[in-house]
Design a protein around this ligand. Structure first.
Ligand code: CMC
Length: 374
């Protein structure tokens, strides 16, 4: 076996079929169940897109109403979840809180113990909905307690995006903010065999339960080479401060061989298909909050990165400053990604189970030759 036979990072490896989304770097497109993600972001709610990912079709009006009713009914946090989150140190990263809270949700679900209860497709659909509905409450409550604020109960007269912002900030969002947030949730919802989704599929392939798979996926998403990048983008922008400092900051960072967060992608080499849509949403926020300075800084770093390395932004680049303008704490950005991506993870978990094969690759041993003790 030669070095070229080893697919480091599984780069270029096609591990399975999926009917959930299609990433095409040649045409710079991303389709969810055949629909361009830009069109979905333009005309659908996050709930409609979650339905699409799970069922393969957009909902009819009746299906949509039923789906929304169900999602809204599952929003309030269990007292045990409130207690758990309140007991976790605020020095812990919010991703660790989300991961722990999701893991605990699995301990409430005694249907897992029924014969066949782990792999039952109907039960798993209910669990997916439960996670989708609970995550905003978990994320919002954690940010509020860190600010010394009380929990805000969910409202069942608000859609997913508006309710998420309501629970986080305690006020109804302006429609510009709600719209931009909804767009970000749709763009983050699914992206084929990325690291966290693949993690969820690996765990599922062992016939472990949905909560275990999602908990593991959250762990994979935390890293800065994946979901943690949106938070790291904001840290970099905070460090740079003003547009005229961007070039020098970048030159110094590149000289230190630092990776510039929010740039580059394993699959897209000519730009991330989701960026133009998220950038448009960011533009609306810049105008709404009258923060041209943010846009100038954003564009200055993007231009400098293009000139120095010819590397283009990924979705985390516009979403970082967008979440900042909306008022989220920087460490909450990746938990927002969790709340969105759980739609994709659970679609992949169902797909994996429907045609399961244990995921178990091989390795080429390069340690010492056989030897013996004594
Ligand atoms: N900053 C500086 N150099 C970079 C960057 C970057 N962001 N991205 C790639 N490069 C360089 C890299 O140093 C390497 O150069 P050389 O060949 O001279 O060593 C070359 O480009 C190829 O990079 P790579 O890391 O081997 O490419 P990859 O396909 O393994 O990595 C990536 C993709 C996303 C891990 C990488 O681009 C990166 O670390 N980006 C920053 C983190 C980031 O924004 N992650 C979010 C990814 S997309 C959304 C998501 O999943 O959350």
């Amino acid at each position: 076996m030669t070095d070229t036979d080893i697919k480091k990072g599984l780069a270029g490896v096609v591990a399975d079929y999926t009917a959930i989304s299609k990433v095409n770097p040649e045409t710079n497109s991303l389709l969810y169940r055949g629909y361009p993600v830009q069109e979905l972001a333009e005309s659908c709610s996050f709930e409609q897109v979650a339905y699409l990912l799970w069922h393969g079709e957009l909902p009819t009006d009746d299906e949509r109403a039923e789906f929304e009713k169900h999602e809204r009914s599952l929003r309030p946090l269990d007292e045990r979840t409130k207690k758990l989150i309140s007991a976790l140190p605020t020095s812990a990263h919010p991703m660790d809180v989300v991961r722990t809270a999701v893991s605990q949700l699995g301990t409430f679900d005694d249907t897992l113990l029924r014969p066949g209860g782990v792999t039952d497709a109907n039960l798993n659909e209910g669990r997916a909905m439960y996670l989708l509905a609970q995550l905003p409450a978990i994320v919002a409550f954690d940010q509020r307690r860190r600010r010394g604020e009380d929990l805000v109960e969910p409202r069942d007269d608000l859609g997913y995006a508006a309710n998420f912002l309501w629970m986080t900030f305690g006020e109804e969002p302006h429609e510009v903010v709600e719209r931009a947030f909804n767009v970000s949730m749709i763009l983050y919802a699914e992206h084929s065999f990325n690291a966290s989704t693949f993690t969820a599929r690996v765990v599922t392939s062992t016939l472990a339960d949905v909560y275990s798979a999602v908990t593991a996926a959250i762990g994979a998403l935390k890293g800065p080479l994946h979901g943690g990048a949106n938070e790291a983008v904001m840290e970099a922008l905070d460090e740079i401060k003003t547009a005229d400092a961007a070039e020098k900051w970048l030159d110094d960072a590149l000289a230190e061989k630092r990776k510039i967060m929010g740039f580059g992608h394993r699959v897209y080499k000519n730009g991330d298909s989701r960026v133009p849509t998220m950038k448009q949403a960011l533009d609306t926020l810049v105008e709404h909050y009258d923060r041209r300075d943010m846009l100038e800084l954003y564009e200055a770093l993007e231009t400098a990165m293009g000139e120095r390395k010819n590397i283009k932004p990924n979705l985390d680049y516009p979403s970082g400053p967008a979440y900042n303008l909306m008022g989220f704490d920087t460490q909450t950005f990746t938990p927002l990604f969790v709340a969105a991506r759980v739609a994709g993870w659970t679609a992949h978990i169902a797909e994996q189970l429907a045609n399961n094969a244990l995921i178990r690759p091989l390795s080429e041993y390069n340690g010492p030759d056989e030897r013996h003790v004594g």
